[in-house]
Ligand binder design. Structure first.
Ligand code: ADE
Length: 225
């Protein structure tokens, strides 16, 4: 799977993909993450990619042409399944959307900045608009990193234990049960006996009960679905 991210701040996306699981996924050839600097597609010597909003108002608006040039260049090189725009007014990212995107081949992700992007980019090129939650960030770069992480870790072979993505919180519609590691007794705070029992059936039953109780307490809305 290939992710092409278009941004005015490519430096913001250097580190998130250079560590741990996402780095290994790229080294193993399971996914490719390519960051494009939007300014490389500006047609002026200042490399500016924004302008004042028509109709007045504060803030600058990202122009159509640089995005169009970059998207069209990429689309001439290979087919893309979606052109995604990260925006707080998009569809909220959840596990089911991440699962769905992980079945795709190539994705283009656009990061907005300033006041926003010219509506024509959204009308003409964008096929899917995604928010990472009901709050506003300074730009789409961190949301793009969140999206790529949520999707790439689901690709076959990315996680060493094939079952671990399946046992994530949300995958079965429930939050995760509590987890523990050594020591079994830390300053008098003990790990639940059942986890030390070696009785797999009892452990699984306990985990299911805990997952359900935690979901009821913290996210009852998940049980409505
Ligand atoms: N850009 C700014 N805020 C955002 C959010 N919450 N989700 C996606 N993109 C954004």
């Amino acid at each position: 799977m290939r992710f092409d991210i278009i941004t005015v701040l490519p430096g913001l996306l250097e580190s998130p993909f250079m560590h741990s699981i996402l780095q290994r996924a790229q080294t193993k050839g399971l996914c490719e993450i390519v960051v494009h600097s939007l300014r490389d597609y500006a047609d002026n010597k200042h490399r500016s990619v924004d302008d004042y909003p028509y109709g007045g108002g504060s803030g600058m608006v990202m122009q159509v042409e640089p995005f169009a040039k970059c998207i069209e260049k990429l689309q001439a090189e290979r087919p893309y399944d979606e052109v995604i725009f990260m925006t707080p007014d998009g569809k909220t990212l959840n596990q089911s959307l991440a699962n769905n995107l992980s079945t795709k081949g190539n994705l283009i992700i656009l990061c907005g900045h300033y006041k926003g992007i010219d509506q024509r980019i959204r009308d003409i090129f964008v096929t899917c608009e995604i928010s990472i939650g009901d709050y506003v960030l300074s730009g789409g770069e961190l949301p793009a990193a969140v999206l790529v992480d949520a999707v790439a870790r689901l690709l076959p072979g990315v996680l060493s234990d094939e079952t671990s993505a399946l046992s994530d919180s949300f995958q079965g519609g429930l939050l995760d049960a509590p987890i523990y590691t050594r020591p079994a007794d830390w300053r008098g705070h003990k790990v639940p006996d059942v986890l030390l029992s070696g009785n797999e059936a009892a452990i699984n039953r306990w985990r299911d009960e805990q997952a359900l109780a935690r979901t009821e307490a913290r996210r009852p809305d998940l049980l409505d679905d």
